[in-house]
Design a protein around this ligand. Structure first.
Ligand code: M6R
Length: 616
């Protein structure tokens, strides 16, 4: 939910921390702060509001310290104020930290510490962590110096219920840094004479790509020129160093005005990456290296349960249409947050598939753990390499879409749809999908990046359309069959970045209630690319037309739509039904983008949102 960073090295920390926070700002942007060690004390600078405000404050100070921590916040406990911004310092001044997560038992800990003289100056749950570590630090005074700091963090964490990614500094050990994680990401970056801890590789990718992804219940201690990793139970951990294959351009705007637009235009590339090396030599099916299930095991599956949140949930719903149609396996789609507590009766031969761009969404992670606890095998489709979901899943498929920085998901969504189509192809070919039908789907997928490029050429046309609707207050997104999930995603996207109230419905459902909303003031955005139900969709358009609402329609370029039926047409290439939804998704993304920017919003950082939601 928040972005945290820590640095120890030979360079001026404040610049490195601010750059890291800039790259992780998508994780939260309510308030920000840094603390650096300046000769004999911590210098703490915090600010409510976006990073620019902090940068302005920092520029007025002389900060030369080479160790420090930083934070960009998405508020959970306590309002958006400077006092609640991180870093938080213990009341005895010894410990200072940044925290991403939620301390569920913070009230009890605060009471305990208050009785022992530790005071709080914020409303946050995080500040109690600083005091709790300081309390244990004071108790550990008998210990040999080198382990005292680490040991105090370790002991404190035993009493914490909740989630955390933490970076901690101690006034008595200014060249050391301790990090810890439990259900919130934390990555160690190993540079030349410098170390980083951050919630995301993006926080330090300009300086090193040599990383270690920490696991839950692990602590890392950076001391001098070395580091060590231990478990909460004090076992030494032999960690695996990895090289991330990102380059800096993937986390920079590269001439685009917004990451959202850059990522929409990156979709041909992201789709190619999702498909690379995943088709069989005879071109009739797909294969995936990481499923960890044999074809024989997969044939035994008689139900697939998909779980996700937000846009990833919409991708799950599309997967239902695709897998049921092409693989003939019954599919159910669940909101991860509901599935976790619903205790749904499940069949032994069910397979659970979770979908998450970040791989860190707590609701999805919790749903996955619940299914695993019951003994089900869980596969994950995720873009988050080394993420919690990727590591805990029993197998899965990486999206390889590259970092998605814009808070509104775009390229990750179409990449998930692409993988859902490939999975439908693979599972279908393990069952009744013929060689010929398999070749047709594989061929359609191969054509897809080129067809996406064609759709992207409609950008200016879609901007002009958006300019005519930018002042509306409500909008309906309607689609049938495989276009229904795209209608839902269209409404979600519009809400997120333009703050216009929007609802997505299956077109035929509209007349069962939502039609009451239809006035000249409430435009309808139709996804009319499903061939089988096209005539019925035209009927739904007539019903809206008769009530005076404007209509925008995404249709295929061979569609004979009566001109009088619509106000604005967006014609996209006709494609195989397995990939048509992907092409239809792009106009809704562009439409939302332009509506948001025309209304003057920062579409990369929509109000109240954060990229990765690591609270329940
Ligand atoms: O990282 P995830 O895919 O698990 O995230 C799930 C949702 O939080 C996410 O899709 C959210 O709805 C986006 N803001 C959509 O644009």
């Amino acid at each position: 939910m928040c972005g945290i960073i820590g640095y120890i090295g030979k360079h001026i920390a404040k610049d490195i921390l601010l750059e890291g926070l800039r790259r992780m700002e998508y994780r939260g942007y309510d308030s920000t702060g840094i603390a650096t060690w300046e000769e004999s004390r911590f210098s703490l600078i915090r600010s409510a509001g976006p990073l620019d405000a902090l940068e302005e404050k920092v520029s007025r100070e002389k900060l030369f310290g080479t160790a420090g921590i930083g934070h960009t916040r998405w508020a959970t406990h306590g309002g958006v104020t400077e006092r609640n911004a991180h870093p938080h310092r213990s009341s005895d001044g010894k410990i200072i930290l940044v925290h991403n997560g939620v301390v569920e038992n913070f009230a009890a800990i605060r009471e305990f510490l208050c009785a022992r003289g530790y005071t709080s100056s914020s409303e946050t749950d995080s500040e109690v962590l600083a005091n709790l570590i300081a309390y244990h630090y004071a108790k550990e005074s008998h210990r040999v110096q080198c382990s005292r700091f680490l040991e105090s963090v370790r002991r404190a964490l035993f009493h914490v219920r909740g989630t955390y990614g933490l970076v901690v500094l101690c006034a008595d050990f200014p060249t050391e840094m301790v990090g810890a994680r439990s259900s919130s990401p934390l990555i160690l970056g190993i540079g030349k004479d410098e170390y980083f801890l951050a919630s995301d590789v993006a926080g330090f990718v300009s300086r090193t790509r040599d990383v270690i992804f920490l696991n839950d219940n692990e602590l890392v201690h950076v001391h001098g020129d070395d580091f060590s990793i231990i478990s909460l139970n004090r076992e030494q951990i032999k960690a695996v160093r990895q090289a991330v294959d990102w380059d800096l351009s993937t986390v920079e705007l590269n001439g685009y005005k917004h990451f959202m637009l850059k990522e929409i235009f990156d979709q041909p590339n992201a789709l190619n990456n999702a498909m690379r090396g995943r088709f069989s030599a005879d071109g009739s099916t797909a294969h995936f290296g990481g499923l960890q299930m044999s074809p024989r095991e997969l044939r035994k599956i008689d139900r697939v349960i998909f779980c996700g949140c937000g846009t990833a949930w919409c991708a799950c719903l599309e997967a239902e249409y695709l897998i049921e149609r092409f693989a003939r396996i019954p599919v159910e789609v669940e909101y991860a947050s509901e599935f976790r507590y619903r205790n749904a009766p499940m069949d032994r031969n069910s397979l659970v598939l979770v979908v998450s761009q970040s791989g860190e969404t707590l609701d999805t992670l919790a749903a996955m753990r619940e299914a695993q606890r019951k003994g089900f095998r869980v596969l994950a489709i995720t873009n988050g390499i080394g993420s919690s979901i990727a590591r805990e899943a029993d197998g899965g498929i990486y999206q390889h879409a590259g970092p998605e920085i814009g808070v509104a998901s775009t390229k990750a969504f179409t990449s998930q749809l692409c993988l859902a189509a490939m999975l439908a192809l693979y599972l279908g070919r393990l069952r009744d999908l013929s060689f010929e039908d398999g070749v047709a789907i594989a061929e359609a997928l191969r054509q897809l990046p080129q067809q996406v490029l064609e759709v992207l050429k409609l950008n200016d046309h879609i901007r002009r359309i958006a300019s005519r609707y930018q002042h509306c207050h409500d909008m309906l997104f309607l689609g049938r069959q495989s276009m229904f999930p795209i209608a839902l995603e269209g409404a979600l996207k519009l809400k997120e970045v333009s703050y216009i109230h929007a609802e997505g419905y299956a077109s035929a459902e509209m007349k069962h209630g939502p039609i009451a909303l239809i006035t000249e003031e409430c435009p309808a955005f139709f996804l009319a690319c499903d061939g089988i139900t096209l005539e019925k969709t035209f009927s739904n358009m007539h019903e809206i037309r008769a009530r005076g609402a404007p209509i925008i329609a995404v249709v295929t370029d061979d569609c004979q739509i009566p001109a009088a039926l619509v106000d604005d047409i967006i014609a996209i290439p006709r494609a195989h039904p397995s990939v048509q939804p992907i092409l239809a998704a792009i106009p809704v993304q562009l439409f939302a983008y332009h509506m948001g920017t025309l209304r003057g919003h920062n579409v990369d950082k929509p109000r109240n949102l954060a990229k990765s939601v690591t609270v329940e």
